[in-house]
Design a binder for this molecule. Structure first.
Ligand SMILES: [Fe+2]
Ligand SMILES: [Fe+2]
Length: 147
């Protein structure tokens, strides 16, 4: 499997999670529930970003840097992490809900950007063999994360 296919498959799972969060958040009645969901999203995003950084962003580092995209990505990650961190410090249900929805929106935009720009760039600039080798490293890393 190519790294772009593997990461896109991960994105599909996140898109379902984003849909679920947007649908259920307005109905949640306690701050603890909102915080638990924010924590879950933070943990999943962290694992995804770590793998993505090493296996697709680093191999494209040079081009991304030139296009100013490296900085944009860093900034977008900070926005998402910042909103999620503020959910965990929040004392009001309304505010926590608003911040988590904001984090979902930031994440959606960020994921779209990766799908429209980063993944096609990898497909274009890296050789088929490299994409597959990176896909194998992805499988290894994912195995290492669960064992
Ligand atoms: Fe990312
Ligand atoms: Fe991603």
């Amino acid at each position: 499997m190519k790294i772009t296919e593997a990461l896109l498959a991960e994105h599909v799972v996140f898109h379902s999670l984003f849909d679920h969060l947007e649908a259920t958040l307005p109905r949640l009645k306690t701050l603890a529930e909102v915080k638990a969901l924010a924590e879950l999203l933070a943990v999943l995003l962290e694992a995804h970003s770590r793998v993505e950084d090493v296996l697709i962003v680093e191999p494209l580092e040079h081009c991304l840097e030139q296009l100013g995209q490296r900085e944009t990505m860093r900034h977008e990650h900070q926005e998402i992490d910042g909103s999620l961190a503020r959910v965990s410090q929040s004392r009001s249900l309304k505010e926590a809900r608003r911040l988590l929805l904001e984090a979902v929106l930031f994440s959606r935009n960020h994921f779209d950007q990766e799908e429209r720009l980063i993944f096609p760039m990898a497909e274009k600039l890296l050789k088929g063999k490299t994409l597959t080798a990176l896909g194998e490293s992805w499988a290894e890393k994912r195995k290492a994360l669960v064992t």
